[in-house]
Design a protein around this ligand. Structure first.
Ligand SMILES: Cc1ncc(COP(=O)(O)O)c(C=O)c1O
Length: 427
């Protein structure tokens, strides 16, 4: 089939709610290799979205391909059964996870693992603690339980019914109208006031660095302030690291940057090179309590299947064997520095922020008023695709996150394309 034929079928037969990126790009992808994607017509694209932050070691890494190919000849699924692949995934994760998080359970999507985290919390929560808490603009998935933690207008927000504890530290658009550092971290203080005044909260679900909201990287003290008050008030810490687990921010978990000691951690995207795999890691006490320790509590049809587990342990082996995490900070500085240079040149960029290899450009039509400009962001996205660089688009924000083993040369190449595209859309 050619591009037109594929798109014609998809437009006629698929439900229309595909991503904005898909709606705006008439591209049919065929294969990937390292930091590059290739479309069905043979055009190449530097993938600075790494799938959707899934391809931490790039597309089709030879070691992952090799392990998956061997597994494909052996066994694909046997309901929740013990396999060597699953045992290897356990070991590979334990090598990187904090010692306290000694138990893992495997699922297929981020939302499914968030749901499992909710079940784990409630299986031991005392009767007076029956509420979950989350931060405004956090994203935790689109299933019903996960949606109950999402308090903003992406997707359907009408299911959100639980406590909202306040704000992440979005310093560019401070919801309290303050400026860092003279603000005294009022956003964190507000969260803490809620936590200490509401005895019914069992757990706080949070992204250490909010991803979908546009890479909101809090100042260092934000999390130390909040986590201490949670601990003092018996509120469990559930870190949703669906985007960040696996080294996206430069440490295996983003929590490690902030000294957060979560009771539960959810990971998914970057752990398995694009195969459907997610994990819930937790303390012995939490994972082994009440109903959550009962037969079948963590099993599902595809959870922990040997294909996904193989992709996961092989991906983590690449991280180790090629010392991928060691260079993320330096590469992030190169990318972030380049993006900040672009901000000096181009008025339409209102803010540049990021950590490790997770970055965001926020597009505005007026810098002074910070007027969001989703139309300019969409133009930028389309221009980049035309010029052969793929980024992730959401509203007026473009997120940029190449594979963690991207070369310096490809970072420079992408930055040059961004510059060119910004010039084109300005003219
Ligand atoms: C922080 C976070 N949690 C949960 C999810 C849901 O993951 P999934 O789409 O695999 O269900 C996402 C998805 O982007 C996410 O960014």
């Amino acid at each position: 089939m050619n591009t037109e034929q594929v798109l014609d079928i998809e437009h006629r037969l698929m439900s229309p709610g595909v991503s904005q990126e898909t709606q705006l790009a008439d591209v049919v992808f065929e294969r990937g290799e390292g930091s590059y994607l290739f479309d069905i017509e043979g055009r190449s694209y530097l993938d600075f979205g790494a799938g959707i932050f899934t391809q931490n070691v790039g597309h089709n890494h030879p070691h992952v391909v090799n392990e998956v190919k061997q597994q494909v000849d052996k066994l694909w699924n046997v309901h929740d059964g013990s396999t060597e692949a699953r045992a290897k995934a356990c070991v590979a994760l334990h090598k990187h996870l904090p010692d306290e998080l000694s138990r893992v359970a495997f699922f297929t999507t981020g939302a499914e693992a968030v749901e499992a985290a909710i079940r784990a919390v409630f299986s031991g929560a005392p009767p007076q603690k029956q509420k979950l808490a989350a931060l405004r603009y956090g994203f935790h998935g689109k299933t019903q339980g996960a949606r109950s933690l999402v308090h903003w207008d992406i997707g359907y927000s009408n299911e959100s019914g639980n406590s909202v504890l306040g704000y992440a530290a979005n310093c560019y658009r401070c919801p309290l109208g303050r400026t860092y550092p003279s603000c005294d971290m009022q956003c964190a203080q507000l969260v803490n006031r809620h936590i200490s005044s509401k005895p019914n909260i069992a757990a706080l679900f949070f992204e250490p660095v909010q991803g979908a909201a546009g890479v909101i990287v809090p100042p260092q003290e934000y999390w130390s302030m909040i986590t201490q008050v949670c601990k003092d008030n018996g509120v469990l810490l559930v870190a949703d690291e669906v985007v960040s687990a696996g080294g996206r921010t430069g440490r295996f978990l983003a929590s490690q940057h902030y000294g957060i000691e979560p009771d539960l951690v959810v990971g998914a995207k970057g752990l398995s090179s694009g195969f459907p795999f997610s994990m819930l890691a937790g303390t012995e006490a939490l994972m082994g309590q009440g109903e959550f320790a009962g037969a079948g509590a963590t099993s599902s049809t595809f959870g922990g299947n040997p294909m996904s587990c193989t992709a996961a342990y092989a991906t983590l082996e690449v991280l180790d064997n090629e010392q991928v995490l060691e260079s993320v900070e330096a590469k992030g500085k190169r990318l972030g520095g380049g993006l900040r240079d672009l901000m000096h040149e181009h008025e339409v960029i209102g803010d540049v922020r990021g950590i490790g290899l997770l970055w965001a450009l926020e597009f505005v039509s007026c810098r002074k008023n910070k007027t969001p400009a989703p139309d300019i962001a969409a133009q930028f996205y389309q221009a980049c695709m035309k010029a052969g660089v793929r980024v992730c688009l959401g509203g007026n924000i473009v997120r940029i996150g190449p594979p963690l083993n991207v070369s310096d040369a490809d970072i420079d190449k992408a930055l040059a394309v961004f510059d060119q595209c910004l010039q084109t859309i300005a003219s």
